[in-house]
Design a binder for this molecule. Sequence first.
Ligand code: GLU
Length: 441
Amino acid sequence: MTVTRFAPSPTGYIHVGNLRTALMNYLIARKAGGQFILRLDDTDPERSKEEYADGIKEDLEWLGLTWDRLERQSERLDRYEAAAQDLRDKGRFYECFETPTELDLKRKKQLNMGKPPVYDRSALDLSDTEKDAQRAERGAGHWRFKLDQERIEWKDGILGDLSIDAASVSDPVLIRGDGQFLYTLASVCDDIDFGITHVVRGSDHVTNTATQIQIIEALGGKVPEFAHHSLLTGPQGEALSKRLGTLALRDLRDRGIQPMALLSLMARLGSSQPVELCSTMEELIAGFDISTFGSAPTKFDVDDLLPLTARVNQALPFAEVAPRIAALGVPDDQAERFWAVTRENISVLDDLGPWWTMMRDGAEPVIDDEDAEFVAQAMELLPDAPFSEDTWANWTAAVKEATGRKGRGLFMPLRKALTGQAHGPDMSTLLPLLQVVRARK
Ligand code: GLU
């Protein structure tokens, strides 16, 4: 069975970059009729917060990305300890005592000599007595996995054939000096135990993947299929990392972005298939194909979400927006008409508010100097409210007759005088909703 996972660390809210990972894993699982696991990578007790764990779940639920199983790494520490012991028994795990400053110094020296900054494994030469002495002096050491220094190869679902020379990579630290298990060990144990068959994540994890393959093999697990998607950039190709804070999923939700708009964009961005607005998750699942994604950085423009959101909103049935319209104070008997009139003139549902305010209170009229006399004359001819669907046609016919104006020169000044804007809903349908006409006062 296909089993995938989305594995955020609950140290912050998730953003569009994380969504790409979540969505791809979700779609792969659903398309194969498999299982999608939400795994909280919370081995760091200081930075992991319950508030973020809840926030991540809320964000995924908002999008409809439901998980079949929830796992928390903080509840599996015994398993990680057992795996660590297994690696020790197999001679693949060794304790090191260098401080961060010492390691930094080593790296600088290597770089100065034009060498890659790979850990020199000097801890491997320590005798038991030396280790005891180090432990007594510096406290418990950190533990590194001893890589087999050979090429690590895999066929990546997006990047194709990959090969990384393990000799060019430092032996990864899996347990910190304070005993904290690090992501790599926890992730590998979980991927083995939960039977993960496919891992999709950002291309910043490619080197991790190489080392994880060796650790999985050392622990006797089955290596999953890996795919690494390109990182998102801003619209001009600029790094998005600094702006990701403003692209949290909850911020997009607060801005009124529709889930299907966001999902439809993210399921296709960076692939060779065009972005198509889907109306159901089933459609999205059916149209997903990871092999169509490319390795080039993917440009993301948050503004692209607005036209897609507008299309979702404009297609909403009245029943779905009725509570929101009622909350604006639109009288019940006018609510359906209000929706019919405004729906094509909104992007987000919050745009409904200003339209209602305009209809209820009247707009500040916009009257160009050359139209002042014409508008005054027209206002004399405007019948009294309430208006009907015929009011606009009858009124403009009368104004045409009286002033001789026609076409745009007739209609546009009247629209601007009544609504304060040059664009908006069809005037015949809008007029019956106008409660007040300020231009007349
Ligand atoms: N917690 C890791 C991250 O957010 C998970 C990476 C992975 O998918 O293994 O980067």
